[in-house]
Design a protein around this ligand. Structure first.
Ligand SMILES: *Cc1c(COP(=O)(O)O)cnc(C)c1O
Length: 417
């Protein structure tokens, strides 16, 4: 850590470790004469990812945001359609919906996990509901069994934002294989990174996978039919010209997506393969740090922890806890003091329905009361990324213990030392 670092324990601008295996992978790609775009490394990364997650298909793209844009595009939403979304996630989960003539209904979250609450989803379902968008908040899988039951019953598609959940497990299965589409991010801050930017879409439907394959590599997702027209002054076009993507022989009767270039570069994919190999150890280190934070927090009765559930593995992209009001345990004071003792604090995430652009679409305070109350008064996130040294973890634990003791001093809330 450089002395210029203002925080002893920084917020995770880097979520994974990069080292010799990644440098070796990069050097191999650069030294080879292999293409740097759309080649064997990308194919291998997609294959390995698909096997790890257990999804039917996996297609890498340039970011998690692009994954979500393409996923939402596949839903083919029309004017007046409704989408149910969690308000407690990064804004990219639902950003593309701002461009569509659809109505978003924000559900509420489970007060123990910040994940979408299945009962509040069910209450919002109506005849126009087409999709549910949710996140596995902080790496703790959302309660997918009841959510998928509700969705299947009503013929609704579900997109899981898995940006935090690479390495998580839900009753023997992995996020990304629990719904219709999964979207992952390999941004620098995430559980693994493909050189700073990257993403992956996992998809269950063969038809959707085939359409995504075209879209990500600049082919239109379109319906073409053979046509009799012969342009360019030729009566007969040679066979090599007769391709559905050109108009010598076909015309386009429906354009679903014009296509884009969202392909991950070969150096990025090669680094991704190396990162996947060490995913288990990265998650283990996150869980180890999380366990040590939990050991400190359990001493304070006004602290409420995110529960560990049997059969569910939390990859701890974020470490989250809640403080109950009263007993001197003011959330803002705790955040302020932790920050002053060298722990960089960033709370994730401001409730989306209250962002200006969503308020401009008619959303208001009171729509998701639990999410609002937790964000405005209860929730705290602290760093737990694998790149923290033992010394930094030690400092974090000491700061937590000192600050929580300080805010509870003189009250009955202080546990026995
Ligand atoms: C990081 C993140 C994204 C966006 O991923 P990028 O790769 O940065 O575009 C989307 N959703 C969530 C929940 C995220 O944390």
């Amino acid at each position: 850590m450089s002395s210029a670092e203002p925080y002893l324990v920084p917020y995770p601008s880097r979520g994974s470790l990069l080292g010799e295996p990644e440098l070796d992978a990069l050097s191999t790609v650069v030294r080879s004469q292999a293409p740097l775009s759309a080649g064997g490394y990308r194919a291998e990364f997609d294959d390995r990812f698909r096997e790890l997650v257990g999804s039917r298909h996996a297609l890498s793209v340039t970011s998690g945001t692009v994954a979500l844009e393409l996923a939402i595009g596949l839903l083919g939403l029309n004017h007046g359609d409704e989408v149910i979304a969690t308000p407690q996630t990064y804004k990219a989960t639902i950003q593309p919906l701002l461009d569509l003539p659809v109505t978003v209904r924000f559900c509420d979250v489970d007060e123990n996990t910040l994940n979408a609450d299945p009962a509040s989803i069910e209450a919002l379902i109506g005849p126009r509901t087409r999709a549910i968008l949710l996140v596995h908040y902080g790496g703790l899988p959302a309660d997918m069994d009841p959510i998928m039951r509700i969705a299947r019953q009503h013929g609704i598609k579900v997109i899981e934002d898995c940006a935090h959940a690479l390495g998580s497990v839900y009753h023997g299965r992995r996020p990304g294989a629990l719904a219709d589409i999964g979207c992952f991010s390999f941004h620098s801050s995430k559980n693994i990174t493909t050189l700073g930017e990257g993403g992956m879409i996992t998809v269950a439907s063969d038809e959707w996978a085939e359409r995504l394959e075209r879209i990500r590599s600049n082919d239109s997702d379109a319906v073409y039919v053979p046509s009799a027209q012969r342009i360019g002054g030729r009566d007969e076009a040679p066979a090599w010209m007769l391709h559905p993507g050109n108009s010598y022989s076909h015309s386009c009767v429906e354009l679903r997506h014009p296509g884009t270039n969202a392909t991950l570069s070969e150096p990025s994919a090669a680094v991704g393969i190396a990162q996947l190999r060490r995913l288990d150890s990265l998650v283990l280190r996150r869980r180890e740090i999380a366990g040590r934070i939990t050991d400190v927090l359990t001493k304070f009765p006004f602290v409420r922890l995110v529960p560990e559930r049997p059969g569910v593995v939390n990859a701890y992209h974020l470490y989250t806890f809640f403080v109950e009001p009263g007993a001197g345990a003011d959330r803002d004071a705790i955040v302020e003091r932790l920050s002053r003792s060298g722990v960089e604090m960033q709370l994730r995430y401001f409730p989306l329905h209250l962002l200006p652009e969503w308020q401009a679409r008619g959303h208001r305070q009171g729509e998701s009361p639990v999410a609002e109350q937790l964000w405005f008064t209860r929730q705290i996130n602290v760093p737990c990324q694998p790149s923290l040294s033992d010394r930094q973890v030690g400092h974090l634990l000491e700061a937590l213990e000192a600050v929580l003791t300080e805010v509870s001093t003189g009250t009955a809330a202080l546990a026995a030392p």
